[in-house]
Design a protein around this ligand. Structure first.
Ligand SMILES: [Zn+2]
Length: 137
């Protein structure tokens, strides 16, 4: 049985051309895209990455047509280059803004911790500079 990714919502479904249980969407108008998003062509790790991307696009972009094109654009460009697609001109600006938002890294615990250390270090330096010991007569 083929495990496939729903093009419309990023949920998993059985069969590339089947209806998605979660959103009710069928296959993409371009069947090549639906077939590409299966475990025949992609590893589980890749499918998980694409599922995550598709879900995040859906959260950011309320218009399903723009969201679908943004996902196609993502898959058709480096580093993915999974398919060849021509994005309609009228969507290009919207899509590039949307994909920029997707690339903004979310600060993880490590980043926050390092930033905290940096601030503490800076504060200590200020405290030392201002300490009475530094005032020599
Ligand atoms: Zn779906």
């Amino acid at each position: 049985m083929t495990q496939a990714l729903c093009f419309n919502c990023g949920s998993y479904k059985f069969g590339a051309l089947s209806i998605c249980d979660d959103c009710g969407a069928g296959a993409s108008n371009n069947q090549d895209i639906s077939i590409a998003l299966t475990d025949h062509f992609l590893s589980w790790e890749q499918l998980d990455v694409y599922a995550d991307i598709r879900k995040r696009i859906k959260v950011i972009e309320p218009d399903p047509e723009v969201g679908n094109w943004a996902f196609v654009h993502y898959l058709a460009n480096p580093p993915e280059n999974l398919l060849v697609a021509e994005i309609p001109h009228r969507f290009e600006l919207l899509i590039s803004a949307l994909l920029k938002q997707l690339k903004v890294p979310i600060a993880g615990a490590e980043v926050i911790y390092n930033r905290k250390l940096e601030i503490e270090r800076a504060n200590r330096q200020i405290a030392q500079t201002n300490s009475p010991k530094d005032v020599s007569l």
